[in-house]
Design a protein around this ligand. Structure first.
Ligand code: AHR
Length: 519
């Protein structure tokens, strides 16, 4: 008996350092494999690059003369990393910066370009060395679609109209002549065009009525040239400003707008003190996750208003700014919005993407803020060094859902509760791709309890488990740093999953995300 007890305690000790000894709960996910009708647009995996801090300069762009390996001034390491996650579109030049940006300042010989003050982001001098050609050429290198944000706040209708002509006109015109003189004869393909940004705030402090009228006017003069077809996005609501959505839908007919946007950032605490990106309590963690889950309510309620005017769901809800926003890292420029990225952020990303999948019939585009070195970035750079954040790994793991068909799924899970913050422990989504492979992504939000998951796939005979991947870490505040760049990365989880009689079972450790492929 003594020997047996000794053996048990040795096993317990070995397991004790892993998830296996964590308290465990159960969850069931029912997936209807034969009931998928809606495509998850790849464009909900979009990103955002603003002239802000080190997003453009140093992050994406170092200039052709830089000793850092680059193509047309864009970092090769960043190009390679972003191509791997298949970014479908990239928003530029802002953000708030967009409504102060005058595109003509960013074309022609770089040494002759006028400078400007970046009043929103640190008051620094912007030399306009990264402009329209640099951005659109970069999109070609990345294999991504440009999403241009035009200036309504301080620009004119003519300015926006001429920008569209400059980028896309395929014939003889003053703007195409200027483009050719600047080294590009062939027009670029530009589909996505936002008409202003946050026009309720930094974009001009307009009322929804005033903005709706301005939107109608500006968009009229943004033409489709040749085969280029603009998909125009009207500036939408700030968080829960449902009246903004109501007024826009009332005043702008569906044929004038491809999409209507929504901005929502996740942070614990109040706007003035959002807490540290890395030093947070479990209570702050739970508060953050509860706020991330609020995206579901926001999308549901904005969608309901849109459906009143647009029951066919022709107008897309475009969540073109989302992600976490914390206090900047100590010692960094407060205007540069640089924050670390932990396992908490990975869970925010997975949870939000699961929400977007669920609303794929309305949410057809979204942009994480922002792509490099700013807010919930997927990449950090420091001189010639680059690292991938935990959020990057979620985008890598989830890329299989891009353009796949959403499969209806229902999750039955225990509740996760910390003080007044209560939520389902598990959230998930599923899709089937063109090859018939079903991908199921599951997030376990609990900071200490693992969960035994049973996935009941109905309506399809399953033959094989193809692979499973996991993103996890010992502590919720863990992150990748230049000292330890691969502390959090994807691992193979295939051997931990069992597929038997169409029932898939596996255990997810606390604070982890798993994606499983079955056929
Ligand atoms: O992403 C940072 C800023 O947040 C954007 O410039 C603005 O649109 C939003 O308020």
């Amino acid at each position: 008996m003594k020997e047996l007890l000794k053996k048990i305690s040795v096993v317990a000790l070995v397991l004790g350092t892993h998830a296996s000894l964590q308290a465990q709960s159960q969850a069931t996910i029912v997936v209807d494999a034969d009931r998928g009708t809606t495509q998850i647009s790849r464009h909900i995996y979009g990103h955002f690059s603003e002239h802000l801090g080190h997003c453009i300069y140093g992050g994406l762009y170092v200039g052709e003369d830089s000793p850092i390996p680059n193509t047309k001034g864009v970092r090769n390491d960043v190009i390679e990393a972003l191509k791997n996650i298949k970014i479908p579109n990239l928003r530029w030049p802002g953000g708030c910066f967009a409504d102060e940006y005058h595109w003509r300042d960013g074309i022609g010989p770089k040494s002759e370009r006028p400078k400007m003050i970046n009043t929103h982001w640190g008051g620094i001098t912007e030399d306009n060395s990264f402009g329209t050609h640099d951005f659109l050429d970069m999109c070609e290198l990345l294999g991504t679609e440009p999403y241009i944000c035009g200036n309504v706040g301080s620009g004119t209708v003519e300015e926006m109209s001429k920008w569209v002509e400059y980028m896309t006109f395929d014939g003889e015109s003053p703007m195409s002549k200027l483009r050719t003189e600047n080294g590009r004869e062939k027009p670029w393909k530009v589909n996505f065009l936002a008409v202003g940004n946050e026009s309720w705030g930094c974009g001009g402090n307009m009322t929804p009525e005033a903005y709706a009228d301005n939107y109608r006017r500006y968009q009229t003069f943004c033409r489709n040239y040749g085969s280029n077809h603009l998909m125009k996005v009207a500036g939408g609501a700030n968080v829960d400003d449902y009246n903004w959505t109501e007024v826009l839908m009332q005043r702008v007919p569906a044929h004038m707008m491809w999409g209507l946007s929504l901005h929502y950032y996740t942070h614990p605490g109040g706007w003035d003190n959002k807490g540290s990106a890395t030093q947070f309590t479990i209570r702050q963690y739970a508060e953050t996750m509860k706020k991330a889950l609020y995206m579901d309510e926001l999308v549901t309620r904005h969608d309901a208003i849109m459906t009143k005017y647009d029951p066919q769901k022709q107008v897309a809800l475009v969540v073109d700014e989302w992600g976490s926003w914390y206090n900047v890292e100590p010692g960094t420029n407060p205007g540069f919005l640089f924050q670390q990225n932990t396992m908490r952020d990975a869970l925010i990303a997975a949870t939000t993407l699961n929400i977007f999948h669920k609303h794929a019939d309305r949410v057809r585009m979204a942009n994480l803020a922002q792509i490099v070195n700013v807010l919930q970035a997927v990449i950090f750079t420091d001189g010639d060094k680059m690292l991938l954040t935990p959020t990057y790994h979620i985008f890598d793991m989830y890329k299989v859902h891009q353009d796949a068909t959403l499969l209806p799924s229902t999750v039955h899970s225990d509740m996760y509760k910390v003080d007044e913050y209560e939520m389902e422990q598990v959230n998930a989504s599923a899709s089937v791709d063109k090859e018939g492979v079903i991908h199921i992504s599951v997030a376990n939000l609990d900071h200490e309890k693992s969960v035994q998951v049973k996935v009941d796939v109905r309506g399809k005979k399953l033959n094989a488990l193809q692979y499973a991947q996991i993103l996890t870490s010992q502590a919720i505040g863990d992150y990748n740093s230049f000292e330890e760049p691969n502390k959090i990365e994807l691992s193979d989880y295939t051997k931990k999953c069992t597929l038997k009689n169409d029932l898939l079972t596996f255990t997810i450790p606390s604070k982890s995300v798993v994606t499983i492929a079955i056929k």
